[in-house]
Design a protein around this ligand. Structure first.
Ligand code: SF4
Length: 492
């Protein structure tokens, strides 16, 4: 039953008046979190979650929060259950539409469900995401998460990439009874969730829980194999896989053409994050050395990845971390809460500046020459274009620099797969249900859209998985490797 309160203006007014003050989720203090990679969020508990959920107005259908969530989670019902203290059923409501509840609950930005909450008009949106994280964790702690699998169908599928899109497709298809193998180029599964998001925002044990869930359902993970290079898509079909899903993300950094950008001490963002945030055993041999940040670090960029890098540099012991951005703060693409957390931890910002060249001695970075910028006419993104101010150059001594300039598609699979259409930017072309130009090959996530949110990738993957299921059921059954029996309950 959906316990929506009817759209009664009196009820809404009363709720707004009496429940105006938000109850914020607990966080570690900036002082305590600067020196380690432990999670910043402490989160809601049994006492505080009902108070925050109790502010929900239960807006009439269609509630704005449901519409804004790419997965269309039934948020008002879940919040009603949290208000009643029924955390286990609230978790089930979220998990009806989301396979990544505890992950999205931690990493979804405010502009999704929370940003569209009716209470935003009063400046007090409900912290839906952190409530979702609380109930999803609560459910696991109480050993109450049970995932059911249909009897084996005799169909085999390969999933390429184990980020949010790949994990979503793997879970959907294994639940339908298909035999699922996930191929991952890195040493451990998890894709962007493990290698791209710092542990202080998404602890690695949360990713591990998801992988264990899938292994218990019978998903097989093959790591250290790069599809398109070690094996082609044709090889996978030749091995008996009847359909392939590409959840390959956008792992290639946008590389600059600044003089000196290849000096030691200049890091690409993803490379920097994975070296700093993961134990060596989880990294390829060539990426096991920790970044040497020294005392002064410059981070170039303005998105959430730049914030992640700056906050990581603080945790590595840098004393002075400055984010340099070529536009003003108003044009910054990242989210405001991430900037607030970075500032709390001691990160400084310099706006309207861009590097002109990187200066080194004996092959090692020692300084960066910057040029000041002014804002000109809007460019194709709608933001005002930064224009260098002649003669405004200045030099800043630094020990390390991190370039967070964005990501682009990896061309490896497109290059080695005949009949797979990609855009000029190398993104895979698909129809609305994730079908590529190659029969039996489906795709979703950042490799299709370019860099986007975890929840957006998961929602698109869910659509592709439904289409894959329909496609697989049209194929004849084949001999599949035996799927191990499930162990219930899943990881507590
Ligand atoms: Fe509740 Fe906000 Fe959703 Fe309305 S928009 S139902 S107040 S969470």
């Amino acid at each position: 039953m959906i316990p929506h309160i009817p759209g009664d203006e009196f009820v809404i007014e009363r709720k707004v008046r009496t429940h105006l003050l938000p109850v914020f989720p607990a966080e570690r203090s900036p002082e305590s979190r600067r020196s380690d990679f432990e999670e910043v969020l402490i989160g809601y508990d049994e006492a505080t979650a009902p108070l925050e959920a109790g502010r929900c107005l239960h807006c009439p259908d269609p509630a704005p929060c449901i519409q804004a969530c790419p997965l269309h989670n039934d948020i008002p019902t879940a919040l009603w259950l949290i208000e009643q203290g029924d955390f286990l059923r609230a978790a089930q409501v979220f998990r009806q539409t989301s396979f990544l509840s505890e992950i999205c609950g931690r990493v979804c930005p405010p502009q999704t469900c929370r940003g569209s909450c009716t209470l935003s008009a009063y400046g007090k949106p409900i912290n839906i995401t952190k409530l979702e994280a609380f109930v999803a964790d609560f459910q696991r702690r109480h050993g109450a998460l049970k995932i059911h699998r249909a009897p084996p169908t005799g169909r085999r599928v390969a999933v390429v990439g184990s980020g949010p899109a790949g994990l979503t497709v793997a879970e959907f298809l294994v639940r339908q009874g298909h035999s699922v193998t996930v191929f991952e180029a890195m040493p451990r599964p998890g894709g962007l969730l493990r290698y791209g998001i710092p542990a202080f925002k998404l602890p690695k044990f949360v990713v591990d829980q998801k992988i264990v869930d899938l292994e218990r359902l019978g998903v097989r993970f093959v790591t250290g194999v790069r599809i398109g290079q070690d094996l082609t898509l044709d090889d996978l079909f030749a091995q008996g896989y009847q359909a392939v899903f590409l959840g390959i993300g956008t792992w290639r950094p946008v590389e600059p053409d600044w003089e000196g950008a290849n000096l030691d001490g200049v890091y690409m963002a993803l490379d920097f994050l994975m070296r700093a945030n993961l134990p060596p055993r989880d990294l390829p041999p060539e990426k096991r050395e920790r970044p040497q940040v020294g005392r002064r670090v410059a981070v170039i960029g303005g998105g959430d990845t730049a914030m992640d890098c700056a906050r990581t540099a603080i945790r590595l012991g840098a004393e002075e971390v400055v984010i340099y951005y070529r536009r003003s703060e108003a044009e910054m693409p990242g989210n405001r809460e991430e900037r607030k957390k970075a500032r709390e931890e001691g990160v400084r910002f310099e706006f309207l500046v861009a590097p002109a060249r990187f200066i080194g001695e004996d092959g090692r970075l020692t300084a960066i020459e910057f040029v000041r910028m002014a804002l000109g006419e809007p460019d194709e993104s709608g933001r005002r274009r930064p224009v260098p101010i002649p003669g405004s150059n200045f030099i800043v001594p630094v020990d390390a620099a991190v370039l967070a300039l964005g990501f682009r598609a990896d061309p490896t699979i497109a290059r080695t797969t005949t009949g797979l259409e990609v855009s000029r930017a190398g993104l895979i072309r698909v129809d609305e249900e994730g079908r590529t130009s190659r029969p039996g090959v489906f795709a979703a996530g950042d490799g299709v859209t370019g860099p986007d949110l975890v929840v957006t990738a998961s929602a698109a993957a869910m659509r592709a998985a439904r289409a894959m299921h329909a496609y697989l059921m049209e194929q004849p059954p084949v001999e599949v490797p035996e799927i191990p029996p499930m162990v219930e309950p899943a990881l507590a």
